[in-house]
Design a protein around this ligand. Structure first.
Ligand SMILES: *Cc1c(COP(=O)(O)O)cnc(C)c1O
Length: 369
């Protein structure tokens, strides 16, 4: 591939001496879990997210799951989630035994359609999980209003949106709790799995911390039924390096997104991303939509340009959830047939070249271009 969809090694190479120093610092310390690096990262990341607390956990899925458990969500409770999201949002709800209540996206922003939330609220509804999909913050104001009215807990799924803001405030600080993923490909990526929960509620923070550490505050005193879900010292040390450049690297993504938007503006058959104007997205993904998606993807691949579909099979159509027999979600299904993610990232190459190949694309004529 001349233009791969994503390369992770350049992130290491750009800051090699800092990552290598972090590695040696942790290895030489002789302390590999629940130590100074995690503590320092937690306080730095809480400050960055404009929250009082951050708790490192094993990955993003567990971050959502532990947030749900901390909020006492379990069997018999209903949880509102976007129909259009990465399946981890749904799996977290399943893992605590609660009932998934999917809501279609707004066809413009592709984030959860907040007008459709109130109609699905019942006496069993306990939580809402808005997802800041593709790095674009969800419309949180009406979600928080509904939550206040019905006494619900709101857990942001911020896995794709580290550093994004909504009405001037950072994601991670907008709900009661927020889940973050440090999967290597995310905007704030580690070099293995990692995750965190942010919150400004000290009681919830303490519960997440206990739940992820065998239900204990003090070693061998297990007050509640917990699990093992912890961020490693090594990954925390790497994340501190990544956090120091997060704004700068997000700005590179913003610049590339602006290039795509400028270059592709005249393409009649291609719908471009339209984030809300009261947000500052971080462009985890730049997702276009077209009726000729598969043909366009092949055309780009033949030209050495990597693209990915996020996501080809909607959650409700996947084997994992087919038996629940959800009704059709036509907007979600339509997006899954039309969406295509273009290369973007702090080390992505040449958005203008990618845009030019898209401009040259003629449907029905892909092989000859
Ligand atoms: C990546 C992702 C997750 C899960 O994070 P992991 O660290 O891979 O477990 C959850 N939700 C969304 C929207 C994601 O993109």
């Amino acid at each position: 591939m001349d233009v791969p969809f994503l390369e992770l090694k350049p992130a290491y190479l750009e800051l090699k001496s800092e990552f290598d120093a972090a590695y040696h610092r942790v290895m030489e310390s002789g302390w590999y879990l629940l130590g100074a690096e995690v503590k320092a990262f937690e306080s730095e990341y809480a400050a960055y997210c404009e929250t009082d607390h951050c708790v490192g956990v094993a990955n993003g899925l567990e971050a959502i799951k532990l947030a749900l458990l901390a909020a006492d969500v379990g069997p018999g409770d209903e949880v509102v989630v976007p129909a259009h999201t990465f399946i981890a949002t749904w799996l977290a709800v399943s893992s605590v035994g609660a009932t998934i209540v999917p809501v279609e996206p707004d066809p413009v922003t592709l984030n959860i359609d907040t007008d459709l939330i109130a109609p699905v609220i019942t006496s069993k509804t306990k939580a809402i999980i808005p997802v800041h999909l593709y790095g674009q913050p969800a419309h949180m104001a009406p979600i928080m209003e509904i939550a206040v009215e019905h006494d619900l807990v709101v857990i942001e799924d911020a896995a794709q949106a580290q550093g994004a803001t909504y009405k001037g405030r950072r994601v991670g600080s907008l709900g009661h709790l927020a889940a973050h993923s440090f999967y290597p490909g995310k905007n704030l990526g580690a070099f293995a799995d990692g995750g965190a929960v942010t919150t400004s509620d000290p009681g919830l923070a303490e519960r997440v911390r206990m739940l992820g550490n065998y239900g204990s505050r003090q070693k061998y005193n297990h007050e509640i039924v917990g699990t093992n879900s912890r961020l490693s010292e090594l990954q925390a040390a790497f994340l501190r390096v990544r956090l120091s450049v997060l704004d700068q690297w997000n700005d590179r993504r913003r610049e590339q997104a602006a290039q795509y938007t400028r270059e592709l503006a005249a393409c009649a058959n291609i719908a471009l991303p339209q984030p809300r104007t009261d947000t500052n997205p971080v462009w985890h993904l730049y997702v276009i939509q077209t009726d000729h998606r598969d043909e366009l993807q092949k055309h780009l691949s033949d030209s050495g340009i990597g693209t990915v579909i996020h996501y080809p099979i909607p959650c409700h159509r996947s084997g994992a959830y087919r038996e629940l027999g959800f009704n059709e979600f036509p907007i979600t299904e339509n997006i899954s047939k039309r969406c295509l993610s273009l290369p973007i990232g702090p080390h992505a190459r040449d958005p203008v070249k990618v845009a030019n190949m898209i401009i040259r694309f003629q449907p029905g004529n892909a092989a000859s271009v």
